[in-house]
Write a protein that binds this ligand. Sequence first.
Ligand code: 2P0
Length: 326
Amino acid sequence: MKATATAHPNIALVKYWGKRDEALILPHQSSLSLTLAPLSITTTVEWGQEEDQVELNGKAAEGGERRRVVELLSRVREEAGRPLGGARMVSRGDFPASAGLASSAAAFAALALASRAAAGLPRDVRAESVLARRGSGSACRSIQGGVCVWRRGERADGEDSYAEQAFAASHWPELRMFVALLSRAEKEVGSRDGMRGSVETSPYYPAWAQDAEAEIPRALAALERRDIASLGELAERNAWRMHATALAANPPLCYLLPGTLEVIQRVRHARGQGLKAYFTLDAGPNPVVLTTADALEDAERVVREAGAVEIVRCHVGGDATVQVHV
Ligand code: 2P0
C-alpha cells in the first residue's frame, strides 16, 4: 500500500500551448520534449489513511495545490475498484523553484506513478501518462525518459492523448541543455491562464496549433539524424511562435524580460561565429539553451556574459522510476 516514485521535469522543443478541453486537459496540438536530468521530484504515497494528507517540500499543501493532488488520488481510488482509504503523500524536489523550470511536470508524473503502484495497479505507461496529464498537461511527458511525444489525440474522453517515448536518452548522449536563469520572480500570468487567454483571444492561435502539429515529424527527423542545427532552429522558431501567439492575445501576454533578448541575441551572434547553441523559451523569461557536450563551456560563457545570474546544467534523463515498499 506504499510506493515511492521519482520523475524528471521536461523541456518542450515543440510546445504545448492551449487546451481544447480544460477539464480533461486535452491539447489543441501535439508536443515534443526532452527529459531533464539530473533534476527530479520524489514522491511517496501510502494508502490506508483516514484522510488524504498532502505534504510538498516539508509543508502541508493548501488550496488549489492540495485540490489538484486530491483529485488525482480520487481517480486512482476509482480505478482500483477496491477501498483504498485516504493517502498520505509526501513529495520533495531536488530542484528549487529558482531553477526557473516548472515543477508540475515532474510532480504529477511522480504522483501518478507512486499512487497507482501503491494501490497495486500494474505498471502501464499509457495509463500513467493519461493520469499524469489530468494533473498537469506537460506531466504526461515525464513518465518516460529521452524524447517524448504527447499526441493530441482525437477522442473526446482523452484516452488517446498521452505521451510516448520516441527516442531513449542513449540515442544522443552528447545532447546538453542548460537553463540561463535571469529572474527568480513568480510570473504574473501562469501557464494555465496564459494558454486560455491565447486560445480565446489570440488571432494567431489557429495558425499556432496547425504549425506546431506539423513541426513534430520534422523534429523527430532531426533527432533521428542527431542534427543539432535543424533541431535547434526548429526549437527556436517554435518558441518564437508560441510567444508571438501569447503576445497577440488580449490582454497581451509578454513573458520576456530585456535580459531574455540579450541572451538570445548573444547566442545568435556566437552561432554566427560557429558555436552550436540554440535556445528555447517556456512561458517565462529564462532561456533554455540547447547544445552539445563539446560546445557546452563556450555556450555557458556566452550566456554568463549576457547576464545570466545562474546556470542550471542538464542532460537528457531516463524513465521515471517506482518502487513498491513491502
Ligand atoms: C510545455 N508549457 O509544452 C509548455 C510550454 C509552458 C510553455 O506545459 O495547465 O503546467 O497544468 O496543463 O503543463 C506548462 O503548462 O499546464 C507547459 P497545465 P502545464 O511544456
